[in-house]
Design a protein around this ligand. Structure first.
Ligand SMILES: *Cc1c(COP(=O)(O)O)cnc(C)c1O
Length: 496
């Protein structure tokens, strides 16, 4: 199984190389053409446990890893880090299902990928070491810190905007443990952090590699090593629905996916390509509904106001992983994809052909929910279904309703529907609490809201969040933007 750029198929690399590099040298994303004939016997996977399914999927898609390497990765990735017995339980919400992806170390779905990526990277390294640089607006930073903690021959440095993250997110990062982690606040906003990181890549990568034998890399969601682990929970969800007697093998199941960078839902497309009998994949967006417009009109236009919503992890106007889907929908026409991306960079928009739209229509639907609808969905889920959901999941809940109305109007039969639940409601306690019960007192902080939410609903706060208050703050650096580079150079010492 070889990987090449979405923008050119000339240079092909193994999965290890793709995982180490992250982004292709030409700016494209790594894709494989073999995914449609990977030869997985999907039905037989329904008999296996989660780790066994991981093994089968990885063995098919990351075939330059040896059996022993894969087994070692799998045993280190998830064990002992999740609060529930099933890593990703499926539960009922009204007459739909929730796929709960938030029981890991940071209480959000990025754990599913970021617990595994460091293991895959460690095995791909030969005699070099890697420093991961991450700029974060909150969630990714902590999930990466937790995932890369104590990884072999890999260090991690995270920058976040000083005063620009929630109190809980701040504590999650400032208390991060591990012999290989570095964290600093930067006097600036998220864009300053991100620009700073990009400049360090451009200015220092070559020197650091030459002088220290350390490569700089990133952990963002375009990495093949983040996508592939996400395929597994779609298969697991289907398996659990079979176990409940909700479907027999071969029945269609629709998946509603709260979407930002298109990584989560693309993994659903891969699961389908590998043979999973999934029905529709539904792209659920918040008010930054650039994807809803694209899937409706064929025009992707990022020139629009950026809206700050209560589902911040989906506040994205350039949905990076869509490029991979465009590649598959254009039947692997790299120069066509390169042209679209050029239009996006130069004009801020692109338009696809009718043929591409038809291909996308075979698999995807799209709809969005604004802030008010999301809040109503949180309240409705609690009052009608007795389920507490976070604002990202709430977008999925509202979109599920819209899809069902459409189906009813079209006279189509109802299909079992799974909403991917991407974060614990306690991670966004303030917005969730206020949506259901109204505002708490004026000086209430994140912990007050968590406690009040737990008390009013009888649900328990996830351990990783509850423990935060008592943890010592280990990372206190606050940097000027101009000091980021020296911080990275100093942080290389964690790699020996
Ligand atoms: C990242 C994130 C999403 C969006 O996932 P993509 O793979 O970027 O589409 C949705 N919900 C939460 C809570 C997230 O952290």
């Amino acid at each position: 199984m070889l990987y090449h750029s979405t923008r050119s198929s000339q240079e092909k690399v193994s999965s290890k190389e793709a995982i180490l590099q992250g982004l292709c040298p030409d700016g494209g994303l790594y894709v494989s053409d073999d995914i449609f004939n990977a030869g997985l016997d999907m039905k037989s996977l329904m008999e296996l446990d989660y780790e066994q399914i991981v093994y089968k999927v990885f063995h098919a898609l990351l075939d330059d890893y040896s059996a022993d390497e894969l087994k070692d990765c799998i045993s280190k990735a998830y064990r002992g880090k999740f609060e529930t017995e099933d890593l990703t339980p499926v539960s009922q919400i009204g007459d739909r299902y929730l796929l709960e992806l938030y029981h890991g170390p940071t209480a959000a779905f990025k754990d599913m990928a970021l617990c595994m990526l460091p293991q895959l990277m460690s095995k791909a390294l030969k005699d070099e070491k890697v420093m991961i640089l991450t700029a974060t607006s909150g969630d990714t930073g902590k999930a990466a810190l937790a995932g890369f903690r104590d990884a072999e021959n890999i260090g991690i440095t995270v920058f976040f905007p000083d005063g620009g993250v929630s109190d809980i997110q701040y504590l999650q990062m400032a208390t991060a443990e591990g012999s290989n982690v570095n964290v600093a606040a930067v006097k600036g906003n998220f864009d300053d952090c991100q620009t700073g990181v990009k400049q360090i890549f451009a200015r220092c990568s070559d020197t650091i590699r030459k002088e220290r034998r350390i490569s700089l890399s990133s952990a963002n969601s375009i990495n093949v090593g983040r996508l592939v682990p996400q395929i597994v929970y779609y298969i697991e969800a289907y398996k659990q629905l079979m176990k409940r007697g909700a479907v027999s093998y071969g029945d269609k199941v629709d998946f509603i996916v709260p979407t930002g960078n298109f990584g989560d839902i693309l993994a659903g497309f891969y699961a389908k390509a590998l043979g999973l009998p999934a029905g529709r994949l539904v792209v659920a967006s918040n008010e930054n509904n650039v994807l809803t417009d694209f899937f409706t009109t064929g025009v992707y236009n990022k020139k629009r106001p950026f809206v700050k919503t209560i589902s911040p992890s989906m506040d994205i106007l350039v949905s990076s992983n869509l490029e991979r889907m465009l590649y598959y929908a254009a039947d692997g026409d790299c120069s066509y994809v390169a042209g679209l991306m050029k239009d996006l960079a130069e004009k801020g928009s692109f338009e696809v052909t009718d043929a591409v739209m038809e291909k996308l229509d075979e698999t995807f639907d799209a709809a969005y929910a604004d802030n008010e609808e999301s809040k109503r969905a949180i309240r409705k889920a609690w009052e009608k279904d007795g389920r507490l959901i976070d604002p990202h999941t709430a977008v999925g809940y509202r979109v599920a309703e819209l899809m069902e109305e459409d189906r009813k109007e079209a006279g189509e039969a109802k299909v079992p529907t799974v909403i991917l639940s991407t974060a614990s409601p306690f991670k966004f306690a303030k917005d969730v609490y206020e949506a259901i019960f109204g505002p708490l007192h004026e000086n209430a902080d994140g912990f007050d809201y968590m406690a009040a939410l737990a008390e009013k609903t009888g649900e328990s706060i996830p351990k990783p969040l509850a423990e935060l208050k008592a943890k010592p703050v280990l990372h206190k650096s606050v940097l000027e933007i101009g000091e980021m580079e020296q911080f990275v150079i100093d942080s290389l010492k964690v790699l020996g």
